[in-house]
Design a protein around this ligand. Structure first.
Ligand code: PHE
Length: 343
């Protein structure tokens, strides 16, 4: 009987060393250590032995069992390590490979300039307001002192949705919205936004363009405040050396009204082809808020005064970057946009 134990052990150890994976280990474990195994059936013979024989055979039996079990565990551990290493090797990421490059888009210069202008005015204590692009006749015209039969309407023909609703021709309706919402309190806002006019598109005209409106209302505001504000803007936007000049102009919603020019960057004011010999380039329109506009929107012109201005965003971008065609802002040509990509 003790001999058969030796045989069983030899056979089991051999099988264990031949195992190639953990499944095979489990199979061997089943064969030799399960309840139905030969070893276990030998257990049941213990009862028929003398006490001395039982002691000796029992010990041997237990020894055999634990030898097989230890060999199984050792092999299992060895195979598990091999299997893990194999898995790791097959899933290995080659970190020495160069990464996949993906192309990153540039920011449209329109937005670069819009952000820059906004930042300049935020720095002067303005906050950003907004208003609808689809406007009523009331806000786009009437509340800005442009009644139905006013000739100024001809210059701002636009896309009508119906007799009373239209795509705004300028950001100035935001002046009226802000005044009505502010209910007589002082105001200092800018409003960047899209505007529309019925224009035939060419290098300098686009049926869609954008403006930044500015509006300041308080007690004691005068045209000196307007000039100082716009001078600071011009210097921050175009460079310290730029001078501005105000030319008298006309808008129904400001009185007096001005056109603001900056000295030409190309010739420094001497006159060249870029500024058509004048030494100046027009950048925006503005003026003192008309008393009628103040009144219609809830401000007493005897107590409050204010200034307003409208800056063409594309116009500023065209001047800053020397862009030759306004349509380039909207055509999404990557060759154009990529030139403004930051490194
Ligand atoms: N809304 C005017 C335009 O589009 C510009 C402007 C704004 C003029 C504010 C005066 C004051 O031409």
């Amino acid at each position: 009987m003790a001999q058969s134990l030796d045989l069983i052990r030899e056979e089991a150890l051999k099988k264990i060393s031949d195992c190639k994976n953990t499944d095979e280990i489990n199979e061997v474990r089943n064969t030799y250590l399960s309840k139905k195994s030969e070893l276990m059936s030998l257990m049941s013979t213990l009862g028929s032995l003398t006490p001395d024989e039982r002691k000796e055979f029992g010990m041997k039996l237990n020894q055999t069992k634990s030898q097989i079990s230890e060999a199984l565990n050792a092999k299992q551990e060895e195979l598990a390590t091999v299997e893990l290493n194999k898995k790791l090797a097959s899933e290995e990421i080659d970190i020495s490979l160069p990464g996949r490059n993906f192309s990153r888009g540039g920011k449209n210069p329109f937005y670069i300039i819009e952000d820059e202008i906004t930042d300049i005015f935020l720095g002067m204590g303005f906050s950003v307001a907004s208003g609808p692009e689809i406007e009523t006749d009331l806000f786009n015209f009437e509340l800005l002192n442009i009644p139905k039969d006013h000739p100024a309407r001809d210059m701002q023909d636009t896309f009508y949705i119906n007799d009373n609703t239209l795509l705004r021709t300028h950001t100035s309706p935001v002046q009226a919205h802000t005044m009505q919402e502010s209910k007589g309190e002082p105001i200092r806002i800018i409003c960047p936004g899209k505007t529309y006019r019925r224009d035939d598109d060419d290098a300098t005209h686009s049926h869609q363009f954008a403006q930044i409106e500015g509006l300041v209302i308080d007690k004691g505001i005068n045209i000196g405040h307007l000039k100082a504000t716009l001078e600071l803007f011009a210097k921050k936007m175009f460079g310290e050396k730029r001078e501005i000049r105000l030319r008298s102009s006309y808008f129904p919603f400001t009185e007096p009204s001005v056109e603001v020019d900056i000295t030409c960057a190309n010739c420094g004011g001497k006159g060249c082809s870029m500024c058509k010999g004048t030494g100046y380039i027009e950048i925006l329109g503005g003026g003192m808020v008309h008393p009628n506009v103040l009144k219609m929107n809830g401000y007493d012109p005897e107590v409050y005064s204010g200034f307003a201005f409208g800056i063409g965003i594309e116009r500023v971008a065209i001047l800053r970057y020397g862009i030759d065609d306004i349509r380039k802002f909207y055509q999404n040509d990557v060759r154009f946009i990529e030139q403004f990509k930051k490194a």
